[in-house]
Design a protein around this ligand. Structure first.
Ligand code: GN1
Ligand code: MG
Length: 560
């Protein structure tokens, strides 16, 4: 590192002293904490993003958000050149950088890292980092800190994209690196035109909806609601009413949003008896999660949840159907089909009934640990990989090879079989590749794909919800002395250490018909999570409670 670069880093980092007595970790989804202690972390992640851009010679993204967490929290995460999450092998560097205690140590860490990674910091070629934030009030000053970090690497340029949903920023990074149009309006145009294309390809005779059949969306009082207000004006064939857009005075994520709805299974604020039977959806605070729900009756606050697993199932049914139309042999002597490898990726939190349903459809289902970085990586190994967490984060990935085959197929079919069922199925799949955000799970693109498929199938939300019946489940969390004491294996379904716990969980689980239970340390909170499933609500509650008690006895504060 040359002297200019060194002194630039020393002087700028002295303006961002780290908080005392706090250890930060990049975690499942970047750094997250109370916004008041994040200035130094965000500044340092700005440096990391700039180094990543120099190393990859590509555009990198920085998103300032704490998603579904409290409004007083904030966080920061990096989008890699593909638009996906930061490569996992840079996470340890992110941790050490965030925890360096003074400017000298920070500069030493950077010097060692750039040497090991062969990064040349001569500023010869400039690199760009796109920075965006959600609607949190702390975002503005944190974005400034991120810019300061970026600018302290010679040759790195910060581009302030303002307030965006997390998936839009990821989409932009991916588009910029592909050399295609990448503004927010380009994003909205791609979504709305591919949505229109899917509606135009709906077989004649399907029920067309009237305006009364609207979709009501809970925007979590965050960025998603205000962006959906813009997007909805660009759509034909779908009426959307946005509630909790943040303009009515509600607080971000407080009694609203996808996380609240999925975990509590009750009606979010702003919804009530007038919505009974209507198709409703909830976004989370940065619009990368989506769940649907129905209010079954006026007298209860309980909702019928249509979660990420059901969105995944809907997508899988549709894709499978289009593939089978496409691969129907037109001529018995010619098999011009493509053996498309379709894979479904879930985590242990997926409702067991969803996994059974997907397997019954003949689909290949695999499991990864919690966290979209793991699911995404796995899904990318298929021609078409569909992944979802039960909480509503997920997307569909299409391989380059499949996309090239599909495009060639469309060219061929438009010559020899224009307007045929096969041709339409191919065009539908192409529209899905454009509509779904392949960088990361995206509530706005997800909502449009769900709506297009429901219209295509002629299904109501009730019909969709009845694809299979969820097994009753319960999630609990237990505060323990040291959550890292729990180490799991087999996609987090088995506890390896401390010894004895798994045997005790097995013994408990065996008492319940259709019982399933696992524990794991959270990657975002200082707790051990307990998940239980069984044939009735009481049984699921009782299994979860007894395992939580067991965890508390072995690892809780009174156990020491
Ligand atoms: C059970 C659960 O919902 N876990 C969430 C939560 O992770 P934990 O590691 O469980 O704290 O936050 C992650 C990031 O948003 C999300 O990917 C994940 O699904
Ligand atoms: Mg989120």
């Amino acid at each position: 590192m040359n002297e200019d670069q060194r002194s630039l880093l020393l002087s700028s980092s002295s303006r961002f002293p780290p908080p005392q007595g706090v250890k930060l970790s990049y975690g499942t989804a970047g750094f997250r904490a109370d916004a008041s202690i994040l200035q130094s972390t965000v500044y340092r992640v700005g440096i990391l993003a700039a180094l990543r851009a120099v190393k990859t010679q590509s555009v990198i993204g920085l998103m300032i958000t704490a998603s579904h967490n409290k409004v007083s929290d904030n966080g920061i995460k990096v989008a890699d050149p593909s638009g996906g999450m930061l490569s996992q092998d840079w996470e340890p560097f992110a941790d050490t950088l965030a925890n360096a205690c003074d400017p000298q140590q920070l500069v030493q860490l950077i010097t060692d890292f750039v040497e090991n990674e062969n990064i040349t910091l001569d500023g010869a070629k400039s690199v760009e980092i796109l920075v965006a934030r959600d609607t949190r009030p702390s975002g503005e000053s944190l974005l400034e800190a991120a810019k300061q970090g970026i600018c302290s690497i010679i040759g790195a340029v910060a581009l302030d994209m303002g307030i965006l949903t997390t998936p839009t920023l990821h989409w932009m990074v991916r588009a910029r690196n592909k050399g295609v149009k990448a503004s927010e309006i380009d994003y909205f145009e791609q979504l709305s035109s591919s949505f229109r294309c899917l509606l135009e390809l709906i077989p004649r005779g399907s029920d067309s909806r009237n305006d009364a059949d609207k979709l009501v969306v809970d925007g979590a009082n965050g960025v998603g609601g205000e962006k959906l207000e813009i997007l909805k004006k660009m759509l034909n064939g779908l009426v959307i009413e946005v509630r909790n857009s943040g303009k009515e005075g509600g607080v971000l994520n407080e009694g609203v949003g996808a996380d609240y709805v999925q975990k509590e299974k009750v009606v979010p604020c702003g919804f009530g008896s007038q919505d009974v039977g209507i198709r409703c959806a909830s976004l989370d605070g940065d619009a990368d999660r989506l769940v649907y729900f129905i209010l079954p009756s006026k007298s209860s606050r309980k909702i019928e949840l249509v979660d990420g697993d059901k969105i995944l199932s809907l997508f899988a049914v549709f894709i499978k159907e289009q593939l089978s139309i496409l691969n129907k042999k037109r001529n018995v002597n010619v098999n011009d089909g493509y053996q498309c490898c379709l894979g479904i990726v879930q985590t242990a939190y997926a409702n067991g009934a969803s996994t059974d349903y997907l397997k019954q459809l003949g689909l290949e289902v695999i499991f990864t640990p919690t966290g979209v970085k793991y699911l995404h990586e796995k899904a990318a190994q298929y021609d078409i990989g569909i992944y979802f967490e039960a909480n509503g984060h997920g997307t569909i990935l299409f391989s380059e090879q499949f996309l090239r085959w599909l495009e060639a197929k469309i060219t061929e079919l438009s010559d020899v079989a224009k307007g045929s069922e096969q041709h339409k199925a191919a065009l539908r799949l192409l529209a899905v590749t454009e509509l779904i955000n392949q960088a990361v799970g995206d509530a706005l693109s997800g909502v449009l794909l769900v709506e297009a498929i429901l219209q295509h199938m002629g299904w109501s939300i009730e019909k969709w919800s009845k694809l299979y019946e969820d097994l009753p489940s319960r999630q609990l969390k237990v505060k323990v002395v040291d959550r890292t004491a729990v180490v799991t294996a087999n996609a987090e379904t088995v506890v390896v250490t401390p010894p004895g716990i798994q045997e005790a969980i097995n013994a408990e689980t065996a008492k319940y018909p259709r019982g399933r239970c696992f524990i794991r340390p959270s990657g975002t909170e200082d707790v051990i999570r307990v998940y239980a499933e069984a044939s009735s609500e009481n049984a699921a509650d009782s299994l979860a409670n007894s395992v939580a008690k067991l965890v508390d006895q072995k690892l809780g504060f009174d156990s020491y």
